[in-house]
Design a protein around this ligand. Structure first.
Ligand code: ZN
Length: 279
């Protein structure tokens, strides 16, 4: 599933291409891709004629800001892709469910084989902040954790495993299975530790690791794993998987200490961690 770095790469790819462009036409090929909307006609009508004023991001959600009281929130889900097509005549990929035609004939295509992703309208914040539909999300893992306090508050007093707490989008927005594995490895904290037992020094280490891992992952244009379909706004895979220390590396040696990377079933997922480097 695309996490914060992958969504940020798509945002930064598409923002300069859609900014100040007018949406001239909206096609919906599969209603499930806009399932929060009452009907496709209303969705199409609300967007047609609107200018895109910028593409933002909150956690794992993209937010297309429009010149009006509404924004469009896009969630890529498990396998969603938001692709830019400079030439509308170029063949659309299979599973293209929503297409925005922009003035000048360019297209933004929402492609999603598994259709867990979706897009929907939300009331925009007049001050340029989060739309109402995303108000429940915790601090953004990249933009709002420059100070340790929000992270300390999110982890304090909880019995749940620290990895699962970090994956709870209402606690911290943007992290999933891949990046919590890599962040906790770098911070030296075992994933099964109760969130509330994490010390002040460890909170600081997790915050610092979060900044470094997310920054490195964005620089490498995200992670594209064998079982995932993540590609950037131009259809290209990321390369950060080549730098993963522990995620999806169970049974292989830890790059730092050489011990075998372990795997632990947790919340229906598998955590990968190094028993030599994390405690
Ligand atoms: Zn190790």
């Amino acid at each position: 599933m695309p996490e914060l770095p992958e969504v940020e790469v798509v945002r930064s790819d598409l923002d300069p291409l859609v900014r100040e462009r007018v949406i001239t036409r909206v096609e919906v090929g599969r209603d499930r891709a806009i399932r929060r909307e009452a009907d496709a006609d209303a969705f199409r009508a609300a967007l047609a004629g609107r200018a895109v004023t910028g593409l933002g991001r909150v956690g794992k959600f993209l937010v297309a800001h429009l010149d009006g009281p509404e924004a469009v929130v896009v969630h890529l889900g498990m396998s969603g892709q938001l692709l830019f097509a400079a030439d509308a005549a170029a063949a659309r990929p299979p599973h293209t469910h929503v297409v925005w035609t922009l003035d000048g004939g360019r297209e933004v295509r929402f492609v999603d084989p598994r259709t867990f992703g979706q897009m929907f309208r939300a009331r925009a914040d007049a001050g340029g902040g989060r739309p109402d539909a995303l108000a429940h999300l915790g601090p953004d893992a990249r933009d709002d954790l420059r100070d340790v306090e929000p992270l300390a508050r999110a982890l304090a007093g909880r019995q749940i495993a620290v990895k699962l707490r970090l994956m709870d989008q209402t606690a911290v927005a943007g992290l999933g299975n891949i990046y919590t594995d890599e962040i906790l490895y770098r911070a030296g904290v075992a994933p099964a530790r109760a969130s509330g037992t994490v010390t002040d020094d460890e909170v600081a280490a997790i915050a610092a690791a979060t900044a470094v891992v997310l920054s490195d992952a964005i620089a490498a244009r995200g992670s594209s794993l064998a079982d995932a379909q993540y590609v950037d706004g131009f259809g290209r895979p990321g390369r950060y998987q080549e730098q993963h220390a522990v995620h999806a590396r169970a049974g292989l040696p830890c790059p730092r200490c050489g011990r075998t990377v372990a795997r632990l079933k947790m919340g229906g997922r598998f955590a990968s961690w190094c028993p030599g480097c994390q405690s």
